[in-house]
Write a protein that binds this ligand. Sequence first.
Ligand code: NDP
Length: 460
Amino acid sequence: MSPSSYEHELIVLNPATEEVVATVPAATAADVDAAVARAAKAQAKWAALAPADRARLLRRFADVVDQHVEELARLEVREAGHLLGNARWEAGNVRDLLAYAAGGVERLSGRQIPVPGGLDVTILEPLGVVGVIAPWNFPMPIAAWGTAPALAAGNAVVLKPAETTPLTALRLAELALEAGLPDGLFQVLPGHGPVAGTALVEHPGVAKIVFTGSTGTGRAVMEGCARQVKPVTLELGGKSPNIVFADADLRTAVDPFSFLDNSGQDCCARTRILVQEPVYDEVRELLADAVNAVVVGDPADEKTQMGPLISRRQLERVRALVPADAPGLRGSAPDGPGFWFAPTVLTGEAPDSEAAREEIFGPVAVLLPFTDEEDAIRLANDTPYGLSGSLWTRDLGRALRVSRAVKAGNLSVNSHSSVRYWTPFGGYKQSGLGRELGPDALTAFTETKNVFISTEGPAQ
Ligand code: NDP
């Protein structure tokens, strides 16, 4: 498709009802040009501010977000179908990320390296204008993962949200202005990926791209960046294992929300449940009961445990990978309008089947048996992805051996947690490139300049 054949407006639908929530103009390449020029001007002034002043403004931004958590959460329920409780957490996560990044502004320092004949120092300089391309599965937090540390390190940000979920990002940009951030420093340009996203990637005035989304699009983004030798951070797909050894606390280990949270539209979802043979039948029964008990429905109702998928397109994608007659355990989902798919655990898949290897991004896991530790590690690593994973055992030595052997960026032992804003996050293999979050998040948005100052005086 040529850029001119894309719709000029984005129609945002409520995924639970299919009602139109809003229409938003779609940014063109010319809009990206104008935004980058404004951002560059704002960035020069921002970088020249005293660190304490930049930090104060970011803390103020965090405070304003805090005052609007409920409003942002309710908007996210309407545009993305997220559960209200989850959406409140997501808005709070933006606030916390901003506050955490603000704490790094005055701590972002270079080094002094011993060199004879003078003083050698490194200076961490901002990159300039950073482009953030965000997905629809966690529109607010993922936008903030790139934006908050980039701003804290002295950069400007142009953010392109996913076309299905632009509304909370647009509201965050308004809140930034309300907090006193300079005009043009943080801009949100909703638009189509191949138009606005590509324009951002290809723009010579954009110094770095932070992309979260599918591995296929990530590869295209990386190719675009390569043409300008532009740095890129990629957070891509996953097919993460949940490795359950026979000595594990099975009831906690087989928590269905480890793959059903956000209707399974989570790059860290534990969608391959690997179970040691002696407890396979017991786990299967536990999962059958658990999946059946999940309350699927209106995401604004606080009793609901799982909402809809984001779009008809995503529903069709999930249906194509998970035929209705595939052997498995199934819960229920509403009929009628909305993009519903019942919680599902596939039980008849071979480890090399499409459903067992491809990221489905819906409320679907596959259940696979393994024999021993070696077999578990082999199965866990038998995927092009390496984002996260859980392992469950009471044997500490085995927990450490398996943690070291599984090739993934984020593992949890006897827990399903994986993402905290103050610990590093990112993938091995085709799950991505680079790390976000954690103590080094700001450094990823700087260039290191080395300066040597001679103490010998000018040459005679
Ligand atoms: P994409 O990777 O295509 O979309 C992610 C973001 O990239 C969106 O903002 C999108 O814009 C933008 N984009 C699309 N094409 C380009 C391009 N050529 N250049 C620059 N930016 C572009 O994901 P999909 O929405 O198509 O989802 C497909 C699958 O991707 C899912 O089923 C899931 O498997 C995976 N996915 C993984 C995510 C993760 O967190 N790792 C998040 C989302 C999806 P637009 O919205 O306009 O398409």
